[in-house]
Design a protein. Structure first.
Lengths: 251, 165
């Protein structure tokens, strides 16, 4: 699908389609959802099959599963505190889902479900609903004190309160757009430079030699994208932890 | 941009499937997979703690045994030194007694010897005086000088006592 008709077509990779044949089509099951299932299967496989040895001295897969567990566990306890331990399964699911989704998307022909604003916003909306419900159930009406910090002069209220409300409401937006934009940008760049490789390679005798340049860029970009895939999953998880901290402690 | 094509019915269905899959993943991880990992980690932590405790106990026991050995060594050394000191005192007293005995015996022997020497000398002096008296009278008679025997012996005695000085 690269360089069809000698035109750069970087966006068709994000086109949704139904998958799993007629059964999938009848329930509008998209290829995006198929990759979500792959991601879930990989995560569950790692955390159950990888841990099956239950060894005191872990092997490779058990090490990986344990370090993922401990990485997120430390993040949650550091950011939210001891009360945050009950949110650990949620943050772990979120982090692993986004991370594996990002990584899966880097395989050729794979679909990156985190490159859809609907998906990232859906995840961010879950976070937003969670932090609001937690803050409300822990603090009741004092939750509104969140929008006006104690000790601020009262005459500043008309400025502070709207600003705080807007910043609170913009959390899911920034959370989802950050992940979405990063993934889209990376995949568009990869596709554009991959198209250059094909186009330049067709330019006669010297073409293949010139085409090495965008190919080299693409190799570097893939490495960079691996970093971004991890970093964005990390950012998503740690911002969730920070929001949870605010919800539990109110500033 | 296909991501912003919200009119696409697949957009909404995809979101519903996302919630289903994410919810399923969350449920399985929370109730099955993560507790298992936690139990493995807890077991390991418990085992490490138990091993550390055992090692600490063994170390304490070893230190106690070492202290015991040190105390025993110190006691044995003190005992040995006391025995050495006692033996040395005994030997010194014994040798002092022996030395005193020998000194006393030597002193008596020296005294006896001196006495014998003195007696021998006195005897020799007596004999000498007799011989000197006889010689003097013989010389006087040869010179035809008549002298009483008492005067001669008195003169010889005087000369002998002057010579003995």
């Amino acid at each position: 699908m690269a360089a069809e008709g000698k035109a750069i077509d970087a966006l068709s990779q994000f086109q949704l389609a139904t998958s799993l044949g007629p059964i999938g089509a009848s329930v509008n099951f998209t290829q995006s959802n198929l990759y979500m299932i792959f991601a879930a299967a990989i995560i569950l496989g790692l955390m159950t099959w990888g841990m099956r040895a239950r060894a005191v001295v872990p092997g490779r897969w058990q090490s990986l599963a344990e370090s993922a567990y401990e990485f997120i566990h430390r993040m949650v306890t550091d950011q939210v505190g001891e009360e945050g331990k009950r949110f650990f399964p949620f943050v772990f699911t979120l982090f692993m889902f986004v991370l594996v989704g990002n990584m899966l998307g880097l395989f050729p022909y794979a679909f990156t479900f985190t490159s859809h604003i609907a998906v990232t916003f859906g995840l961010a909306a879950i976070v937003f609903v969670l932090i609001t419900v937690v803050a409300w159930s822990l603090h009741g009406k004092k939750f509104f004190g969140y929008f006006f910090p104690e000790g601020a002069p009262l005459w500043l209220a008309p400025i502070i309160v709207p600003v705080e409300i807007v910043s609170y409401l913009s959390r899911p937006v920034s959370l989802s757009i950050r992940l979405f934009a990063n993934m889209v940008a990376g995949h568009v760049m990869l596709k554009v430079f991959a198209t250059f490789v094909v186009m330049l390679a067709g330019l006669g005798a010297v073409g293949p030699f010139i085409a090495v340049m965008p190919l080299a860029i693409n190799v570097a970009l893939v490495g960079f994208e691996v970093l971004v895939a991890f970093l964005q999953a990390y950012v998503f998880a740690i911002l969730t932890c920070i929001y949870l901290h605010d919800a539990v402690h109110l500033h | 941009m296909p991501q912003l094509d919200f009119a696409n019915p697949l957009m909404m269905s995809k979101l519903v499937w996302l919630l289903i899959i994410f919810g399923f993943l969350f449920f399985v991880l929370k109730n099955y997979a993560l507790p298992q990992v936690a139990s493995v980690l807890d077991e390991r932590a418990a085992r490490i703690a138990a091993d550390l405790n055992a090692a600490r106990d063994a170390q304490a026991a070893g230190e106690a045994a070492l202290a015991e050995i040190r105390a025993a060594t110190a006691a044995a050394r003190a005992e040995a030194q006391a025995a050495i000191a006692a033996a040395m005192v005994e030997a010194q007293t014994k040798s002092a007694a022996q030395a005193a005995e020998i000194n006393a015996r030597l002193a008596t022997q020296v005294a006896q010897a001196e006495q014998q020497v003195r007696a021998a000398r006195d005897q020799a002096m007596g004999a000498l005086r007799e011989v000197a008296g006889e010689t003097a009278t013989a010389m006087l008679s040869r010179l035809a000088i008549a002298a009483p025997a008492n005067d001669v012996t008195a003169a010889v005695d005087r000369a002998a006592s002057q010579g003995a000085r």
